[in-house]
Design a protein around this ligand. Sequence first.
Ligand SMILES: CCCCCCCCCCCCCC(=O)CC(=O)SCCNC(=O)CCNC(=O)[C@H](O)C(C)(C)COP(=O)(O)OP(=O)(O)OC[C@H]1O[C@@H](n2cnc3c(N)ncnc32)[C@H](O)[C@@H]1OP(=O)(O)O
Ligand SMILES: NC(=O)C1=CN([C@@H]2O[C@H](COP(=O)(O)OP(=O)(O)OC[C@H]3O[C@@H](n4cnc5c(N)ncnc54)[C@H](O)[C@@H]3O)[C@@H](O)[C@H]2O)C=CC1
Length: 235
Amino acid sequence: VGVRLAAEGATVAACDLDGAAARETVRLLGGPGSDEGAPRGAHAAFQADVSEAGAVRRLLDQVQACFSRPPSVVVSCAGITRDEFLLHMSEDDWDRVIAVNLKGIFLVTQAAAQALVSSGCPGSIINISSIVGKVGNVGQTNYAASKAGVVGLTQTAARELGRHGIRCNSVLPGFIKTPMTQKVPQKVLDKVTGMIPMGHMGDPEDVADVVAFLASEDSGYITGASVEVTGGLFM
Ligand SMILES: CCCCCCCCCCCCCC(=O)CC(=O)SCCNC(=O)CCNC(=O)[C@H](O)C(C)(C)COP(=O)(O)OP(=O)(O)OC[C@H]1O[C@@H](n2cnc3c(N)ncnc32)[C@H](O)[C@@H]1OP(=O)(O)O
Ligand SMILES: NC(=O)C1=CN([C@@H]2O[C@H](COP(=O)(O)OP(=O)(O)OC[C@H]3O[C@@H](n4cnc5c(N)ncnc54)[C@H](O)[C@@H]3O)[C@@H](O)[C@H]2O)C=CC1
């Protein structure tokens, strides 16, 4: 997503729980911003745990200090899985997935919206849900609930923030080739790939293309939408 948005001319603030991963993303983007304390206006890397309210507040403060304005596009990608059948799922596995995938998006969306509204700037907030939030999935009561919650949160934010010129949309990817899906048992991967009308898993670029559209003025009259990027899975 960062690479695609940079290719569209964006100056990117990449943030991750894993600061090294964020710095690696910025290195992919090129430019001097790949080290801590990047010069003003260059791409920059940040570290934060999005499930922590204080960390998110500090992140938005740091981004505004670095770029002299609130972020005009905010893409919440952070997410985890702790898969287990309902009958055996631990409370901790439930709590942690909800904390990162749903509360994390609440905290980032709220902090970004507060910064944009107080500065009178328009913006586009894009939250990454999942097709699992629409149809559920075996072994993912926690993850499915978190992703369904992302859609409801985003639709409500769209209703409240439209008057401020801030659009809020959800993206619902299907099976995408990333480290997250590398943990899926092969027999499940084989099963689901056969169910995909386009016959193959998607790539991160397929999601990034839709994010770039929702970030741009080409989607200027779209808010509250849920855009599925699934190869037709569960259409
Ligand atoms: C008929 C096939 C339908 C497949 C539908 C799958 C739809 C998934 C679309 C998801 C797209 C978006 C994904 C996303 O947002 C990113 C992610 O979340 S990636 C992670 C997705 N996670 C899963 O799909 C869960 C995978 N399952 C597991 O991790 C383990 O099975 C689990 C930890 C839940 C339990 O492990 P264990 O106790 O070792 O049991 P087994 O692994 O042996 O499984 C027992 C039995 O259950 C079947 N099964 C497991 N998961 C799924 C599943 N998701 N869909 C269908 N069936 C599943 C498994 O095949 C075994 O069946 P047997 O017939 O007994 O072999
Ligand atoms: N890969 C797939 O098939 C699908 C993924 N998604 C969603 O896409 C988003 C991106 O996931 P992937 O790139 O696939 O997985 P990934 O595991 O490769 O990336 C997730 C990133 O989130 C970061 N992260 C985890 N917890 C965090 C926290 N508390 N604070 C800040 N950062 C944190 C991780 O360090 C990692 O860099 C996630 O929200 C995921 O749920 C949705 C549908 C399908």
